[in-house]
Design a protein around this ligand. Structure first.
Ligand SMILES: *Cc1c(COP(=O)(O)O)cnc(C)c1O
Length: 326
């Protein structure tokens, strides 16, 4: 499979000192928050494949969906602008609905936005189908990207990331026994897991869920893994029991923050000079810290945490929660 090459790769791997004083473990961080600027984060690696496919099919309109502050929707909107395509984002409305963060950038690059309320969002597949047909009727050639860019093709971006990590291991003279990644729609985890299977490396791949419970998350990932086989001419079989998901750190639910999580992000920022986000990486780094603190992950010695981005998730509400509460 071809892809367009736009991300800043390879992304750096840095040592995280935050953990060294508390635990006898080495933790490193892979800076996929630096794949780009307006396009930053993990979604860009998936979009490199998906946009290439859209261009091969002579599509002129990208359609995708997500939450109101979806990082994936924003990366898609910016990429569409860059490649002279239109974009239509179908977003789940929230009452506050401020034009800030990711939503602001969507508007800035001229994306068309369709807001759905909670109830309408239940009928997402049929709404996407209708909007797609409308575009076709008006002479466009739309390309639909699933939520999070998480299908077999998008996940190839993280299969590549896995091999990028193997190369970096050689350069750095370190072998990571464990990779920890934040899990939402599952494409990032699936790509890493597939690479691990294909290369027979036997690393432990841990997904810190911020969205779904373990069973659901594992099912989603297996589905993406099976979809990947076609692009690798492989017939791997996958079972949900192989998928290592920790769902203890979802907290109040997707996109909802608690003070202890935000305080952790603040401490991490002050000690490391690395900014985590409140929706994804903040929760999963918090999760990794507490797993180690509770004596779990005994087998893991050299841990690589993938920083998947998300900085624009720092909305007014989150910032005020952290600093106006005194
Ligand atoms: C989307 C996203 C994730 C989760 O990736 P999936 O492939 O959807 O599981 C993690 N971190 C950030 C910052 C994201 O935007």
């Amino acid at each position: 499979m071809d892809k367009i090459m736009i991300a800043n790769l390879p992304t750096k791997i840095e040592k995280v000192h935050f953990f060294s004083k508390d635990f006898d473990k080495s933790v490193f961080i892979k800076r996929d928050d630096q794949t780009g600027m307006a396009t930053s984060g993990n979604k860009l690696r998936k979009l490199e494949y998906l946009l290439n496919d859209a261009q091969n099919k002579k599509c002129d309109y990208l359609i995708t969906n997500g939450g109101i502050q979806s990082n994936h929707a924003r990366a898609t909107a910016v990429m569409a602008a860059k490649y002279k395509m239109n974009s239509l984002l179908i977003l789940k409305e929230d009452k506050k609905g401020k034009t800030e963060g990711n939503l602001f950038f969507n508007k800035l690059v001229g994306s068309k936005i369709k807001m759905l309320d909670e109830q309408q969002y239940q009928n997402l597949p049929s709404i996407i189908k209708d909007l797609k047909e409308e575009l076709i009727d008006s002479g466009h050639n739309p390309y639909v990207i699933p939520m999070g860019g998480s299908n077999g093709m998008g996940a190839l971006g993280y299969l590549d990331a896995y091999y990028e990590i193997l190369n970096q291991e050689e350069q750095l003279g370190i072998e990571f026994d464990t990779i920890v990644v934040t899990n939402g729609s599952g494409g990032t985890y699936a790509g890493l897991f597939y690479g691990n299977k294909e290369s027979k490396r036997n690393k432990t791949i841990i997904g810190m869920s911020v969205l779904n419970q373990r069973e659901q998350a594992a099912r989603d990932i297996v589905h993406i893994l099976e979809d990947m086989n076609q692009y690798r001419d492989s017939h791997f079989r996958f079972s949900a029991t192989e998928i290592n998901i920790i769902d203890r750190y979802i907290g109040l639910g997707y996109g909802k923050s608690q003070m202890n999580e935000l305080k952790f992000i603040e401490k991490f920022a002050q000690e490391e000079g690395i900014i985590l986000d409140p929706v994804y990486t903040g929760k999963s780094m918090y999760g990794l810290y507490h797993e180690l603190k509770n004596g779990n992950l005994q087998e893991s010695q050299n841990i690589l945490f993938i920083h998947t981005g998300g900085i624009f998730g720092w909305t007014d509400e989150k910032m005020n929660m952290l600093f106006d509460s005194m």
